[in-house]
Design a protein around this ligand. Structure first.
Ligand SMILES: C[S@@+](CC[C@H](N)C(=O)[O-])C[C@H]1O[C@@H](n2cnc3c(N)ncnc32)[C@H](O)[C@@H]1O
Length: 280
């Protein structure tokens, strides 16, 4: 069950209230998890839900600033930066705990990180390259192909965690899944698990479906569904143990055991009950 509006106001059946009549008014004027259109409109709504006006927001992949097209000027104290203007999001010029929110939208597909001249968006697609990448494979990546994409996202999150306030800091992350070397890589799932294991609470998820019908060049027959959607993921720092227990790995096996062990908070056992003492 996802409370899409705000955890503070779940549906009546989930509220432990003694009141007979629920507070508030009935409305459909809500922010929804699924959005058809461009990023700017849903980005404004995401900020409206999670980031109070006046907050300090570092957009560390500012690019052309398209995310901010619908956000009223002056509503936030925005700190734009990008590798194109000399700031690597893995080494930000901010003090620890200084930011209320961080926005991250790095190159999301492995083709944008290649340094062998075969980058996605070369040639006639150079505007795509300009908008989505700086066209250079970043230093400090030892992983390859899609794993390099993921590694960059994780390295960015380490630095975001440093500059965000330790409690209630909001980390807004844009991503898109990709099929890499014919293997389905659900980037949004990989990010949720990686960031959760780092101590971020995955507070919400938004699906952005693009208008129109994207095609493929040189189709050899379709093996996977063509992706026409991307995600905004919203993470929070310093969440309580009960929130961090939002992902319950109940499956037996070494992989789940390993992931369970990296979580530094009190874990439930496989029956769903919390252990009496915190796991070490
Ligand atoms: C998808 S675009 C961002 C688009 C942006 N959200 C907008 O609204 O215009 C990705 C951006 O990440 C930047 N980038 C790539 N690697 C980076 C790094 N290590 N540090 C900072 N920015 C980086 C690229 O220069 C590019 O501008």
């Amino acid at each position: 069950m996802t409370f899409t509006v705000a955890e503070e106001s779940p549906p009546a059946e989930y509220r432990a209230s003694k009141r007979k009549a629920p507070e508030g008014e009935s409305t459909t004027d809500l922010v929804f998890t699924s959005h058809l259109g461009n990023n700017a409109e849903i980005f404004r709504k995401i900020l409206g839900l999670f980031v109070p006006a006046g907050s300090k927001v570092a957009d560390v992949t500012y690019g052309l600033g398209a995310f901010w097209n619908e956000v009223p000027d002056g509503l936030y104290r925005v700190f734009p930066s990008d590798l194109k203007t000399g700031v690597d999001f893995r080494k930000l010029p901010y003090a620890a705990g200084e930011m209320d929110a961080v926005v991250l939208d790095p190159p999301y597909m492995e083709g944008l990180l290649r340094d062998d001249g075969s980058n996605a968006g070369n040639g006639t697609h150079s505007t795509f390259q300009t908008a989505y990448s700086n066209g250079i494979r970043p230093e400090g990546l030892d992983a390859k192909w899609h794993d390099a994409v993921l590694q960059l996202y994780v390295q960015a999150a380490v630095e975001a965690q440093r500059v965000l306030k330790p409690k209630g800091g909001i980390f807004i992350v844009k991503c898109q899944d990709e099929v890499s070397a014919c293997i389905q890589r659900l980037t949004h799932v990989e990010l949720v698990l990686n960031y959760w294991s780092m101590g971020f609470y995955p507070r919400d998820l938004f699906v952005v479906t693009r208008n129109g019908r994207p095609g493929v060049s040189r189709s050899m027959g379709q093996k996977h569904a063509r992706k026409n959607h991307s995600y905004f993921l919203v993470f929070e720092t310093g969440a309580t143990n009960s929130r961090m227990n939002c992902i319950n790995l109940m499956a037996p096996g070494a992989a789940a055991d390993a992931l369970r062990q990296v979580r530094p908070v009190q874990r439930r056992d496989r029956s769903g009950k919390s252990p009496a003492t915190p796991a070490t």
